[in-house]
Design a protein around this ligand. Sequence first.
Ligand code: NAD
Ligand code: SER
Length: 316
Amino acid sequence: MKRIMVTGALGQIGSELIVKLREKYGSDSVLAVDYRVPDKDYAGLFELADVRDREALDRLVTKYKIDTIYHLAAILSAKGESNPQLAFETNILGLYNVLEVGLKHRIERIIVPSSIAVFGPDAPKENTPVEVALQPTTMYGITKVTGELLGNYYYHRFGLDVRGVRLPGIISSETLPGGGTTDYAVEMFYAAVKGEPYVCFVRADTVLPMMYMPDCIKALIQLAEADGSNLRYRCNYNVTAMSFSAGELADAIREFIPDFVCEFKPDHRQKIADAWPRSLDDSAAREDWGWQPDYDLKSMTKDMIDKLRKKLHPSK
Ligand code: NAD
Ligand code: SER
């Protein structure tokens, strides 16, 4: 029986990853961990712990005999720029604690998402390769490069099986995103389905790589289960599904909600978006572990709107 711990389990990705992992491995096999108290009706194994507290993590790994960790607890790009110290402590020291506890208990596998934020403004913007100079200009990006290097180091130095993908912006209907630069893509859907106008905080011509949540979950689980001998990289696989501008997203939503009104008023987050790639080369993930997304802009837009209509207007 697998014994899986997911840190940051109440966040945008964790809240949906948990459901899939419980479906796949059984509810008793998956422990959700976060430092926030869940809703009263939260179902399933849950423990409060701060990833900056190594002893707390150690206790949980011992108590539940954990063999696999999906380490999702992090501070994202925009929130990280408003509190860089918190981003450093959470993302770097938190990961260091997870790796050290993993090493102590000889955990079988640790999955750590990285991000397109590892790339800086000088990286090629189109079809950005895996291997390129990484010179991010945000604290979040710096912590993500450090995370990749640490994960690779623990694999090569200690044989700890650490794996990770550089996720693009993730779009989802279940849990709101937690303070990233790509949050506008999710916020636009919510406004449109509520029948409200939206003021987008990046320019209409801002193009970023994106992915729908079912593909994100698929990528994380597929990489976790891939044959390790096929992996050319450990913690730094590029993965992507689609690239579109903020204006194209508003147009795609208008195909379903014609009277949706979207204005574009860039704020401080524009600079972060401008430093990131417009599209990624994810051929290594496709070749090494069969990565293949299921959703494009049109199919994602339809599914997001269907799901949000049910969630926000259940009686209609
Ligand atoms: P999120 O902000 O939605 O969730 C993070 C969760 O971590 C929250 O529930 C928060 O309460 C928890 N957390 C924060 N600090 C903690 C601490 N000290 N101890 C315990 N829990 C703590 O983030 P997400 O979008 O779910 O991201 C998960 C991972 O995926 C992160 O590593 C992030 O960098 C990466 N990622 C996300 C995206 C995206 O678009 N969502 C894109 C690229 C990479
Ligand atoms: N979606 C994330 C962010 O905007 C990218 O890692 O921070």
